[in-house]
Each structure stands twice: as structure tokens, then as C-alpha cells.
Design a protein around this ligand. Sequence first.
Ligand code: SAM
Ligand code: SF4
Length: 497
Amino acid sequence: MQGRESKGSPSPTGTLVYTDSMSEPASKTFYLETFGCQMNAHDSEKVVGTLLQQGYRQVPTVEEAGLVLYNTCSIRDKAEQKVFNLLADYKKQFGVLGCVAQQEGEKIFERAPYVSLVCGSASYRKLPQMLVQLEAGGQRVTGLDDRLTDECFETEFTARTNPHRGYITIIEGCDKFCAYCVVPFTRGKERSRTSASVLEEARQLADLGYTEIQLLGQNVNSYRDPDGKKSFAELLAAIASVAGIRRVRFTTSHPRDFGRDIVDVIDAVPALCDHVHLPVQSGSTRVLDAMQRLYTRDQYLERVSWIQGARRDISLTSDLIVGFPGETEAEFEETLSLMDVVGYDSVFTFKYSPRPNTPALRLQDAIPDAEKARRLAVLNDRQKQIGARRNLRHVGQVLEVMIEGKNPARGQWIGRTSQIKVMNFTVPDGVELATGSYVAVRVTGSFPNSLVGEMADPRLGQSDRSGEHGGCGQKPEPQGAQRNTEEHRGRQASLAG
Ligand code: SAM
Ligand code: SF4
């Protein structure tokens, strides 16, 4: 799998969010670990900010902590199981936050006796009061009753862990109720923040020196401004026009709500990145219907044709599930054929995992795990070939890269292109770069999941923060990559047909 960004300092069990930003040691200490998606990681930044504000100090290990918090994910069975294993390990005061907390509720107190706080994400704004209850000796403090709230978790106290890319949640919850998914049950109903408050946060991030903003939502493009002032596409344009912001990303887009205006605004506004994450889940209309995805294969492909018809070379990534109940071999092959037709730059692939409360639990014809594993391997193999072919088109291009770090052992710097591709590149002897700055890199080679290159003429790089937007390129002219251009035209033709 490729394409999704790293989330700070990944550990084998999740993402460690550690901020040693307190100048005076506080006696109340906490350790927090995050599991799951980027939204969880960003929720944790806000939870950490809230705890610091309440006089707690964050520590890097469970052993040092008075309070151990796990921000959990229950998208698949495995993620959930991991948390329960951890809760059994230590005799500590635990708090369980996030999706497992909301899903299991007070049952957690029975399964894990050292847990004293259980709080779903829809109740995070009440954390300060819950912490007071804990400190007063509360044994079973809960925040579980807010799934129908209209309020978002907005806080000015966010302990951001990435100094260059700032995350902003613009919409929380989900009303789509796909047949396999727990999110509507764990994150509550869909609710958007006002565009004014989102823009204010974007301006604050720019003032702090952030140059890249990533907008987050389970279905980010289902955004509805409560004040009715801006559509999602207009919000994108407004954020991109904040002085100092050079890159704007957004994830995840739901195909049903994906309009042409999103492609138009990407074409029109250079600071919007050349990337759309548009999960399809299956290439079979019958399976999509059983999944309650609200679109057909053809409707999905129509959206893809808008994206591929753009003036800019927009990279396209997706999520795919294999082994949904009743998925036949022929339907699985429809997914493979859709991958061929679309030509994804990368995909996240999942074996269907039965989840509590979801309608798919009632479906017959479960696919045996070994068969799911086989289908997953076939899918990943197919994507490896497609990814390798897709990345070839960049060889010879000069792309703008935001620097994320250095690999001294390999003498390479690491960065991301606007299309969210990982670029490993070399620089001339004696040149030192700063993380978070932007350079121009000539692509010299490609792999299925990454590009390699060398720093181009430094004058082409734009490592200052002059406010000029750079590097979000137009579609490439053929640069010795005629084969790829032909492949692209062929795909356009087959989509149109
Ligand atoms: N809202 C986004 C959408 O509809 O495309 C997806 C958000 S979901 C948190 C992330 C991904 O997890 C989904 O796109 C899906 O591929 C995967 N997923 C969700 N529930 C799953 C399940 N029960 N089994 C396997 N994969 C699942
Ligand atoms: Fe889950 Fe479907 Fe909502 Fe995405 S749209 S979060 S897959 S229910």
C-alpha cells in the first residue's frame, strides 16, 4: 500500500503522539497512543492540547504515566482486539477514547477493570469536565451520549505534531450507513463546521508558519456550511488563498457527493494539490448496491473521467474491500477490471471484516478467510503492476517536493510531491535542506510505491515562503514517456465509451 502520509512517529502498535512542550513539570501525567486513521490522529492532537491545558504533562512511556489513554479504532476487528490486549497488560488508570469506546460503551469496564474513562469522539468537547470527575476519584466516567449532537470538537488547544502540515477537521460523523461500516455508529451524525471557523483556523496555521493544510472528514466533500456561505469547492479555494499556504489537500471524498466543481477548482487554483482520494470499495454494481454505497460502477467511472479530463495531472487513489458477503469470483474480477480501467496511483486494500451493529452482519454467504486472503493478494499484485506503470510517467519531469526528512544511511532526502507521492532524492555535495521547505526535483526513476530523483537547479525550487504557489503542475507534455500518454488517451476513450 502507498500514498497515505505517515502520521508522526509510527510505532508497531499505532501512532505515538508525544509533545514535551510544557516548561514546568506537572504532577498529573498522561501517555496517549493513537490507532487508526488520520482523523483519529488529529483528534488526538486536540485531546493532547486539552489535557495540557488542564495542567497535565505528556510522558513518552506507559510506565511514567498516571493516566494512560488509548484513542481507538474499530474499523476492523484486528484494530479493536489490539486495544483490549493492551488494557490487560498494565495495572494503570486507563482511559479508552474513540471508536471502540463508543462501540463497546460501559461493557469496557467489565472487560478491562483498570479502565476509569470511556469516551466516544462525539463527546470530546466535554473532556475537561470528565477529567475533573476523574481527579475527584471517579471510577467509571463516561462520555457516550452525544452521537446525535450538532456540535463539532472545536478547540483552540491543539498540540500539533507535524510542524509543516496542519490538519483541520471540517466535517465530523457520517450519515451514509454503508452496510459494512461502524463509523456512523461510533462517530455520530454528520455535522460540519462553519466556513468562517475553518478559515480562521487556516489563517492561524499560516501565521504559525504552516504551508500545507489538509482538510479532514469521513466524507470531506459532503461538507455543508451551516451558515450557507460556501460550498466545499468554494471553501477549498478560500483556504488556498490564505497568504502563506502553498498546498491544500483534502480527504476522504465520497463518490456520491463528488461534483465536477471540485475538479474545476483544482484546475483553477494552483495551491490545491494534484490528488483525489476516491474510495470505490468494489467494481461490481451488484456488490456496491449490497454495500449501500449509493453509486454504481458507471457513476463512479463518470467521476473518474472528470478527474482524468482535468487540465492538471491529478493522481487518483482509492480504498477497496475484498470478500464482502456474497462477492462472487466474477464480481471480484469486476473490481480487478475497474482497477485496470482507472489506473490508480495507489490503493488501500482491506479484507471485509464483520463489524457490530452493521447491516452486513445479516447477509448470508460469508467468504472464507483464506479466500479473502487470496483475493487480497491478487488485488495487491495487480496494483503493484498498475502503480509501477503509473509512476513511470513522472520519469524526466521536474516536480516540486515538500521535504519531510533525510535518510542519512542512503544519502537521500525524502519528500512528497503535490500528487502525494514519496520522492527519495539526492542533492549536490554540501547542500543541506530544511524539512518543510520546497525544492524542485528531477525524477530519474520510479518504483510501484515511490519515485527517485535528484535536486534540480535550486533556482527552480521555492524554499522561501514568499506566498507564491508553485509546483502543482499541468498535465505533463510527453517527455520520452509516449507510452504513458497513449495509455492515458486509451483510458479516456474506454471511459467515454
Ligand atoms: N468515508 C470513506 C468512504 O466512504 O469512502 C471511508 C472511511 S473508512 C473509515 C476507511 C476505509 O475502511 C473504507 O473506505 C473501507 O475501505 C474500509 N472499511 C470500513 N469498514 C470496513 C470493514 N468492515 N471491513 C473492511 N474494510 C472496511
Ligand atoms: Fe463508513 Fe460508508 Fe460513512 Fe465511509 S461513507 S465512513 S465507509 S459508512
